[in-house]
Ligand binder design. Structure first.
Ligand SMILES: *Cc1c(COP(=O)(O)O)cnc(C)c1O
Length: 363
């Protein structure tokens, strides 16, 4: 056995830690923003049949251009998008990695607004891209003025906008996205991993794609779509930008099994997304009840809530874990993040929180 320090690892990776949300088997897992409702059984059967059919052909490489999947994704997104404007990979993390590989790299910078998704910094590090974070406004909001000032200051090659933002839940106004897309000289990525949880009718950054070839909008099947284990993320953008991503992807990066499973899930999109309203309702309930308990929930357009007012976040995290409830410590002072689960999971979480709340009624 040797230690990592003794290996000839790249200097810029020395001392770095890998992504590491705890994976624990607990009755109530509300830590990585999955859709905690299981896949409907009839959908699961259809997916199994499609995967079974694909298995017969596994002696051959899969469709490198995943044309059928891109067509299905374009149809799901709507907005008049065509398959040539769609890209996909093993999770939107891989989509983002492709963007950084193609448009970032040594001597280039990517800008984000912290606190934001921890993978951005890791993906930047892995691709040799310099990761720069700028501050948000009060309550983690991001106005166009604040965003533009940071772009002027840092002149980034890539801007990563997380809308709504993880880990804070903060929705991002289309005005801010438009201002950034029209000002930044480089690539602007809007990560809409949680878009389906926005208020119905809220516009997507997809509405801004027309005439903006440097704007890319990424989505995932891991959250609202209840398909995290399948690893499918995707993106919409200009066909020329998609061609750039083709230069860095591994050949046949989406397995035939992944393509078959994703096509099955997309064929039942309505059913797969049926629980989204319910989850949004549980999110609102979490915010309301945590506020009544004296905690400080932040505005969320996602399927999770960041809340402050916790004296000792680590102690609360551990006390919840002792009750079989796993949430997320995200390193923000006085704050914790919880995923909106099923009604029963949410009840278990809220009942536990009530027992260590600042406003707790003393008997
Ligand atoms: C969960 C999440 C993703 C999705 O990652 P996948 O690789 O698609 O599972 C992307 N962006 C953000 C901000 C997320 O929270």
């Amino acid at each position: 056995m040797t230690s990592l320090d003794e290996l000839p690892i790249r200097d810029d990776l020395r001392g770095k830690t890998p992504y590491g949300a705890p994976q624990k088997t607990v009755p109530v897992a509300l830590n990585v923003n999955e859709n905690t409702h299981p896949i409907p059984e009839d959908v699961a059967h259809d997916i199994v049949a499609r995967v079974a059919a694909a298995i017969i052909g596994l002696n051959r490489y899969p469709d490198r251009e995943f044309t059928e999947l891109r067509t299905a994704l374009a149809g799901y997104l709507g907005h008049g998008l065509v398959p040539e404007q769609i890209w996909a990979a093993n999770g939107s993390n891989e989509v983002l990695q492709h963007i950084l590989q193609a448009f970032g790299g040594p001597g280039r910078t990517a800008l984000g607004f912290g606190p934001t998704y921890s993978m951005y910094g890791l993906l930047a590090a892995g691709t040799g891209t310099e990761w720069v974070t700028a501050e948000r406004d009060d309550d983690f909001e991001l106005s166009a003025e604040t965003a533009l000032a940071a772009i002027e200051r840092h002149d980034p090659d890539i801007v990563l906008l997380c809308a709504p933002n993880n880990p804070t839940g903060t929705p991002l106004a289309l005005d801010t996205i438009r201002a950034v897309a029209d000002t930044a000289r480089g690539i602007v990525v809007v990560d809409e991993a949680y878009f389906e949880f926005a208020e119905p009718g809220d516009p997507s950054a997809l509405t801004l794609l027309e005439g903006r070839p440097r704007l890319l909008v990424s989505r995932t099947m891991s959250k609202a779509f209840a398909f995290a284990g399948a690893r499918v993320g995707y993106l919409a953008g200009d066909p020329a930008a998609i061609d750039a991503l083709r230069l860095v992807r591994l050949p046949y990066h989406l397995s035939a099994l992944t393509q078959a499973a994703a096509l099955g899930a997309l064929a039942h999109a309505d059913e797969m997304l049926a629980m989204v309203d319910e989850i949004r309702g549980q999110r609102e309930r979490i915010s309301r009840e945590l506020a009544a308990l004296g905690y400080r929930p932040y505005r969320s357009g996602a399927n999770f809530v960041l809340f402050g007012g916790v004296d000792d976040p680590h102690a609360v995290f551990e006390a919840l874990l002792a009750r079989g409830i796993l949430i997320r410590e995200i390193g923000l002072p006085g704050c914790l993040r919880v995923t909106a689960g099923t009604e029963a999971e949410t009840t278990a979480f809220l009942e536990a929180m009530a027992s260590f709340a600042p406003n707790r009624m003393t008997a």
